[in-house]
Design a protein around this ligand. Structure first.
Ligand code: HGY
Ligand code: MN
Ligand code: MN
Length: 417
């Protein structure tokens, strides 16, 4: 491995560690949208961008943005991006790695005073995970002009609206429309991200190109039965909200297990209201995260599970509130960018593995307005959304070499400006 790429990888790893030390949770890495830890982490990344000589700005949804301008003012813009928000008790790499690799590419272009036939914008998206407001891609939807202003009224667990959260973080929501990059100005989009799956680790290959990104349906469910005394209500007279939810959880799992390749179902959150060990649960809320690369399969699964939930609630004399909070169709990555990326991977001596992403990414809303593609980087046993998330320095160095070559091909293949 060339010394240069290892040195660049080591520098990115140091920054990953520095950023990971900033968390709203002393025992793990958590920087969710708009929290003081999120803002402190974004400030650190902004410091790195400015130290590289880039002019930065924070937009109306809290994205951190920096541009490297072409000599041609009328040139289109190529975006390098990923997200800097995290899930709860996250790994260090999911999101920040793509931002810091993008910064590394810009540092090299600045150092070489490279002639840029197109503008480059590096973006650290403020909310890809959707942890706080349970709807993902807030940052990239603003940049692509697809943000729905109705989301400003969405409230978090504490009842704070997105609009108020933006005011609290000093973001100017009145600028959201102006913060979009007009569709005609996009040249393309490239996101570098850990695979969050085991294929590259198992095959000992550092990178892969992404051909498609699975669609998602996210739902919030509330089961309302009747709270009661655990010692006095006979079993056949209960309206136990937790048992209803539990039956739904296991049925969703079984449905995904048995309904074909690619479909996954997860209940990641479940809460009992006013819980006590001697009280029959009267109200339970939970989430459903349903995904598939196949749009029809996703729609069929959504319909089947929603009607199952209605039926089981009726049988148990429990009321059900079923609220869809997120729906994104599967997207295909751009064939033209993928052929360049495949060429770069081959020219760096690696097998060109093609993967479909089960995880969602900001490339999803971007693909509606611009050619978008992604490169996956191998991560330890494919583990992600977990503190064990890790990346080998040698794999990162190899990925940087491929990214360098991809940008070289992009600059020299004269894609339309
Ligand atoms: O949930 C996801 O797919 C991603 O981590 N936002
Ligand atoms: Mn994630
Ligand atoms: Mn991610």
């Amino acid at each position: 491995m060339q010394h240069e790429y290892l040195a660049r990888a080591e520098r990115i790893m140091q920054r990953i560690q520095q950023l990971a030390a900033i968390s709203e949770d002393p025992d793990g890495v958590t920087r969710t949208f708009g929290t003081p830890a999120f803002l402190e982490g974004r400030d650190l990344v902004q410091h790195w961008l400015e130290a590289a000589g880039l002019v930065t700005r924070v937009d109306g949804i809290g994205n951190l943005r920096a541009r490297l301008e072409s000599h041609n003012p009328g040139a289109k813009t190529f975006v390098l991006a990923s997200h800097i928000d995290t899930v709860v008790n996250a790994g260090k790499f999911d999101g920040p790695l793509g931002v810091l690799m993008g910064l590394d590419l810009l540092e090299q272009l600045i150092a070489r005073q490279a002639d840029l036939p197109f503008h480059i914008e590096l973006i650290a998206f403020s909310d890809e995970e959707g942890v706080r407001f349970h709807t993902t891609y807030l940052g990239s939807e603003v940049v692509t002009g697809s943000f729905n202003d109705a989301l400003l009224a969405r409230t978090d667990a504490a009842g704070v609206t997105l609009a108020d959260a933006l005011v609290a973080m000093g973001a100017d929501a009145s600028q959201l429309a102006a913060d979009a990059i007009p569709a005609a100005e996009w040249l393309g989009y490239f996101e570098m991200h850990i695979e969050q799956g085991p294929v590259l680790w198992e095959r000992n290959v550092p990178v892969a190109l992404v051909t498609a990104i699975a669609g998602q349906q996210r739902v919030e469910l509330v089961f309302r039965g009747m709270a009661g005394h655990a010692g006095t209500v006979p079993m056949n007279m209960r309206q136990d909200a937790l048992c209803a939810a539990a039956e739904f959880v296991l049925t969703a799992e079984q449905f995904a297990r048995t309904h074909g390749q690619g479909l996954v179902a997860t209940v990641g959150k479940l809460a009992i209201s006013h819980s006590a060990s001697n009280v029959i649960p009267g109200e339970v809320t939970c989430t459903l995260d349903l995904r598939s690369p196949n749009e029809a399969q996703l729609a069929d699964a959504y319909r089947a599970l929603s009607s199952f939930a209605e039926d089981l609630a009726a049988q148990r004399h429990v009321a059900l509130e079923w609220k869809q909070v997120q729906q994104t169709a599967p997207v295909a990555c751009d064939a033209g960018l993928n052929s360049l990326l495949s060429q770069a991977i081959a020219e760096c001596g690696h097998e060109a593995i093609e993967l479909v992403s089960g995880a969602g990414h900001d490339a999803v809303p971007v693909s509606a307005v611009a050619p978008a593609t992604m490169m996956f980087i191998s991560c330890y046993k494919g583990i992600s959304h977990n503190p064990l998330e890790d990346v080998e320095v040698a794999d990162l160095a190899a990925a940087i070499a491929v990214a360098d070559q991809f940008m070289h091909l992009l600059r020299t293949q004269n894609p339309t400006r």
